[in-house]
Ligand binder design. Sequence first.
Ligand SMILES: C[S@@+](CC[C@H](N)C(=O)[O-])C[C@H]1O[C@@H](n2cnc3c(N)ncnc32)[C@H](O)[C@@H]1O
Length: 233
Amino acid sequence: MEHDDPAEALTELRERRLSALELLQVAAGSGLAAYAVWAVLLQPGFRRVPLRLQVPYIGASTQQVEHVISLLRGRPGKTVDLGSGDGRIVLAAHRCGLRPAVGYELNPWLVGLSRLHAWRAGCMHSVCYLREDLWKVSLRDCYNVSVFLAPSVLPFLEDKLQAELPTGARVVSGRFPLPTWQPVAVVGEGLDRVWAYDIQGDGPPLSSWEVPVKATPGSSSTSVLKAPISQAS
Ligand SMILES: C[S@@+](CC[C@H](N)C(=O)[O-])C[C@H]1O[C@@H](n2cnc3c(N)ncnc32)[C@H](O)[C@@H]1O
């Protein structure tokens, strides 16, 4: 129906109910838009990664980053974030003196964003973001490893860390603990919680008693778990 009066046309539009076909079109359109975002922004780089190892991007919270740094501060050796996202953990690590600090990330958009953040922070030439598959990089020279990955991939990650990390290395895992290792420290609560694991000469930490220690400033709780170390297998 033709309307000369725009107010009248608007009222009619408001009162009109969407037909089933129109609803279907809206749903298909939204689905397509979501697929386009996924395919163009999130999927690049992951085509050769098996589905069960794919982890989506979620940035660590400010508290989570602080907890990661509190568990690594002052440690010597190379620091890496496996799946570095927009580079926030690598940048924070570099700023607190952990050097060299390297981020491995498959998504080229996120690698670009990380470099942009580093440039804006004046650290473009000091931090390093590499477009690499974390499952393929060697960790043999890494002494500080940060991960924030999905629980489903952590059993595979344990195997890789155990096979490659040198004695004395520390792994910090954000939001989700490594499934079978015993942490030497736990900081924070809920979604911001971070677990630390130390690699010792005779294998990864596997068990077993807890010694409470002073909480770090800003964290709601901290405990250190001292564990007799035993062989993983
Ligand atoms: C949950 S996000 C964590 C991002 C960042 N570490 C942080 O804490 O803010 C996981 C990241 O790992 C990346 N990722 C997943 N699988 C990867 C792989 N095989 N190689 C490199 N990066 C990967 C994803 O693209 C995503 O950016």
